[in-house]
Design a protein around this ligand. Structure first.
Ligand SMILES: Nc1ncnc2c1ncn2[C@@H]1O[C@H](COP(=O)(O)OP(=O)(O)O)[C@@H](O)[C@H]1O
Ligand SMILES: [Mg+2]
Length: 317
């Protein structure tokens, strides 16, 4: 549904988007995850036809975003970063105005407004001035606007930024609901957001894609290069030698005193060797008091790429 090939965007000498390629299949909900300044909004602005690219191609529903932008806009609903609205307008008035801008006729607008009011739970707020609404409600108005022409694809740029926890939960629930009928690409700078609503994630930092796949795939892949922590009491050289000989074990680092060995075990391709380690300890009569996979590795990975991107930026500045 969305196909991006070698997309590049330069602002002067700075590459905000650096040779990015990805696809989003029909019906998917994909999270574009990356720290501030990663290039998420720029990519989305290009996809929605608000900004030209420096190089590469992008298409939505088979239409090229540069040469067939009218066809593309017809199929895309876009919630821009910051969700600019007109505070003095009432919600219905605003949606009607937006529908006119899109060239929707009167009956089509009326039908569209009725439908999005329901889908975005606007309720009695539909006749309130936008300026009086809470941030969460304003976000729903932005979503309603994006949905008005019933597009196949939704591009949502940081849809829950600045909302309180209750509003965040509601907005996520709404997005999950929308995902039943639309292909969605949403951006976020926080991992739990993507984890809560997306089937797949594309991790971007410093304008480049760093990882992609389902959250659990990305987690597994990262886990593959991290390890298992075990604490075993026994003669250090014997314990380490025996663990090194277990199938799938690549590397063992050991530290510890008072008879307890703290082991960090790296296995091949993320193979889980917990059972083998436990069986070995039992068989050898060694006490075992801790055995766990290093958790939070995707979080660590994300923190790491965020720090890397910040360091590169500082170095470049
Ligand atoms: N209009 C612009 N002019 C110059 N630099 C820009 C412009 N828009 C974005 N940038 C730069 O491009 C990079 C990516 O920005 P952006 O796409 O907004 O990132 P994100 O949405 O992931 O936070 C940042 O370094 C930002 O400063
Ligand atoms: Mg942004």
């Amino acid at each position: 549904m969305i196909a991006v090939r070698n997309l590049t965007k330069a602002f002067g000498a700075h590459l905000a988007v650096d040779n990015v390629s990805f696809t989003v299949q029909e019906g998917e909900i994909v999270g574009f995850l990356g720290p501030n300044g990663a290039g998420k909004s720029t990519t989305m602005r290009i996809l929605t036809g608000f900004m030209p690219a420096t190089g590469g191609t992008a298409s939505v529903a088979g239409f090229d975003v540069f040469s067939q932008s009218i066809e593309v806009r017809r199929r895309i609903g876009y919630l821009p970063e910051g969700n600019p609205l007109y505070p003095e307008m009432r919600v219905r008035e605003y949606l009607n105005f937006r529908g006119k801008l899109r060239g929707m006729g009167r009956p089509e607008r009326a039908k569209g407004i009725e439908s999005v009011a329901k889908r975005c739970w606007l309720g009695e707020f539909i006749d309130r001035p936008i300026g009086q609404l809470s941030k969460g409600m304003k976000q729903r108005v932005g979503l309603a606007d994006a949905l008005l022409h019933d597009p196949d694809v939704l591009i949502l740029d940081e849809p829950t930024i600045g909302l309180d926890p209750t509003q965040i939960r509601e907005t996520r629930r709404l997005i999950s609901d929308l995902a039943k009928r639309h292909t969605i690409l949403l951006s976020s700078h926080i991992l739990p957001e993507v984890e809560a609503v997306c089937q797949r994630t594309i991790i971007i930092a410093g304008g480049k894609i760093r990882a992609s796949g389902s959250i659990s795939e990305v987690r597994d892949r990262i886990k593959g290069s991290s390890g298992l922590i075990a604490e075993i009491r026994g003669p250090q050289d014997q314990v380490t030698a025996a663990i090194r000989q277990l199938g799938g074990v690549q590397k063992v680092d050991v530290s510890g005193a008072d008879g307890w060995n703290r082991l960090r075990i790296t296995s091949h391709e993320g193979k889980d060797v917990r059972e083998e380690v436990a069986a070995l300890a039992a068989k050898s009569g060694w006490a075992l008091r801790e055995l766990r996979l290093e958790v939070g590795s995707l979080e660590e990975f994300f923190v790491q790429i965020t720090a890397q991107a910040a360091a590169t930026k500082t170095a470049a500045a």
